[in-house]
Ligand binder design. Structure first.
Ligand SMILES: NC(=O)c1ccc[n+]([C@@H]2O[C@H](COP(=O)([O-])OP(=O)(O)OC[C@H]3O[C@@H](n4cnc5c(N)ncnc54)[C@H](OP(=O)(O)O)[C@@H]3O)[C@@H](O)[C@H]2O)c1
Length: 253
């Protein structure tokens, strides 16, 4: 089966291309660096010709609130239109668990806008919402650093390995459209502060983590239900534990 992975050169996309190729599918990595651009439309029709399924794992190149909203709405709209013209039968997108519960985050608002375009398009779809990747913890810590210390709330957090995200997408890409949202989280739910402390300790980072109920997550105030599955969608749990991920050499994480 021909499956186009838009964003196939990125963190998730590379692993997804490897899995689909190993299963014998014609997996095409579509991104600006392979000559395919969902914003300008360059190469899109050619890449989608003959494809049954599209998996969208793009990310915006800049994360300002306006830029990220403009990216996901234009990219998703162009992709859905090109997919319809090419006869694509299944549109899959990767978004974020709880995105609709965090309107304070401009990034998550943009992911909700992406989901709404997909649902409204009439194209059979599967939306996989994943929790934060283990590999994103460093970015979270940096964004939360004030005067050399990481200020974070102790809200429930349940991050997941990128390889488990890729595995869930590969399964979706070779299955029937769910026409629904599926939530994917990691195997452990602990306070965000705990994950950050363990990450910094394991990476030899001396910054202290300070529990701060008033600290936001990229602008979003957090509760124990903000970033974790709450039982309102089908749910899937990743296999790789945080300890297992941390124990890997840095280049293999
Ligand atoms: N990080 C997290 O914790 C987390 C959690 C849940 C969901 N997600 C979602 O996961 C998705 C993928 O994230 P990632 O970390 O794998 O992203 P990434 O490594 O930054 O890769 C982004 C990909 O998007 C491509 N891209 C950028 N602009 C494009 C355009 N105009 N047309 C086509 N492709 C374009 C890039 O292509 P080039 O390589 O050619 O530039 C690259 O392949 C995102 O949508 C994000 O919202 C992330």
């Amino acid at each position: 089966m021909k499956i186009v992975v838009v964003g196939g050169t990125g963190q998730v996309g590379r692993q997804l291309i490897r899995l689909l190729t190993a299963e014998g599918h014609e997996a095409v990595a579509a991104s600006p660096s392979t000559g395919i651009n969902t914003i300008t439309g360059e190469g899109l029709a050619g890449a989608l010709a003959g494809a049954q399924t599209v998996v969208d794992v793009t990310n915006a190149p800049v994360w300002g609130d306006d830029e990220v909203l403009a990216f996901f709405t234009a990219s998703t709209g162009n992709l859905l239109e090109a997919g319809r013209a090419a006869g694509v039968r299944h549109h899959i997108a990767l978004t974020i668990v709880g995105a609709d519960r965090n309107p304070g985050s401009g990034y998550q608002r943009a992911k909700v806008a992406q989901e709404q375009l997909i649902v409204a398009s009439g194209v059979p779809y599967t939306i996989l919402r994943a929790t934060q990747f283990y590999s994103f913890l460093g970015t979270i810590a940096d964004a939360a650093t004030v005067d050399g210390a990481v200020h974070a709330p102790a809200a429930a957090f349940q991050p997941v390995a990128v390889e488990d995200v890729a595995a869930a997408l590969a399964e979706a890409a070779t299955g029937a459209p769910a026409n629904a949202v599926v939530d994917l989280a990691g195997p452990e739910k602990l306070p965000m502060t705990e994950f950050l402390s363990r990450f910094l300790d394991a990476t030899g980072d001396t910054r202290k983590v300070i529990e701060d109920a008033a600290a936001t997550y990229f602008g979003a105030p957090l509760t124990d239900e903000s970033l974790v599955p709450t039982g309102n969608h089908a749910e899937r749990i990743g296999a790789l534990s945080f300890a297992g991920w941390l124990s890997r050499p840095e280049g293999a994480r």
